[in-house]
Design a protein around this ligand. Sequence first.
Ligand code: FE2
Length: 428
Amino acid sequence: MPGFDILVTGGTFPDGTTADIGITGDRITATGQLDGAEAGTVIDATGDLVSPPFVDPHFHMDATLSYGTPRINASGTLLEGIGLWGELKQVATTDEMVDRALTYCDWAVSMGLLAIRSHVDTCDDSLKGVEALLHVREVVRPYLDLQLVAFPQDGLLRDPTAQENTLRALDMGVDVVGGIPHFERTMADGAESVRILCKIAAERGLAVDMHCDETDDPNSRHIESLAYETQRLGLQGRVAGSHLTSMHSMDNYYVSKLIPLIAEAEISAIPNPLINIMLQGRHDTFPKRRGLTRVKEMQAAGIRVGWGQDCVRDPWYSLGTADMLDVAFMGLHVAQMSSPEEMRRCFDMVTVENATILGLTDYGLHEGAMASLVVLDAGDPIEAVRLRPDRLAVISKGKVVSQKQRNDSHLTLPNRPQSVCRRHFAGT
Ligand code: FE2
């Protein structure tokens, strides 16, 4: 039996199988019953869930951890958040953005979140956010995969220098083309921005990830333009539509035409349930809309859907801990994904589905995969979503990057019959 650098023993994989994992260098080099194997580091995962790492396909790392600067979002709307971010980016410095982003990456690693796609604002002539996150991408590369999306936050056509600056950002090395058609001045300008951005992506051989129809307006139909341009330019399989919240209010007949168009274009959908349950429906009295796109309906049509985090403590969202299980938990509720199969799928949507959206090619727990995984204090994926438990160990690219002692305080959780409270009150 060969020696390994790291041996993870006895863990339960998300599919229910139990196996040991041997790691050599940055690769998984053996799985199965590795009795008698030796290793420099042994992690006993008996009774624990061992999963490939969490992946976030939608985040804003230039804004994260800035909550309250220079003020809070009083209305709680997307539009006030955009205005507030506009104030913040006037005064934020590159160093401060780097510092906040690196702190967030530490949070992410401790949660087993090891790959993130972050949008970065390109509506700023200095492009300090782009400069900051390109630097962060290199700093974290040994332990976290950071993919950057050029995002003209103030509108590609609405902002006078957005197009030029977005091209500059891509020239500097930003990975993916983004956009925000629903923030342009007119529906026509929104459609034109989609056309221009998809053409840029086609010419440069890049992927597209566009904020699309993040509104309660049922007439916001830029996902239709995105599907059309994707199909027209041959971009199938490398385009994502983020948010798509207007679909919750669209006419059912129109949606019966739209969903097949999205499927035909092989567009992935990235709803962000924590943020949109908070932001959407703010103009409603009652009934009040849930702010989530048609997740189960798209999945039934074969469209890949992954849950995104979007924001943590920034102008749009005051909470968050970089825990993709919080995202899955909220998504499960708002989408009413309550069957056992649907709950398991919510776990897949923050792991394997998101990894596919990001194009991670060596992701998984099989031999030859990148040696990145997380050990959770849970028995299976459903329990993981229910408890959002401690990450007992996180391994990234063959290195143990985070460990936590098993915490007996979980005895107070309702699934554990021998609760501390019951013992405490037994004699009274
Ligand atoms: Fe976003």
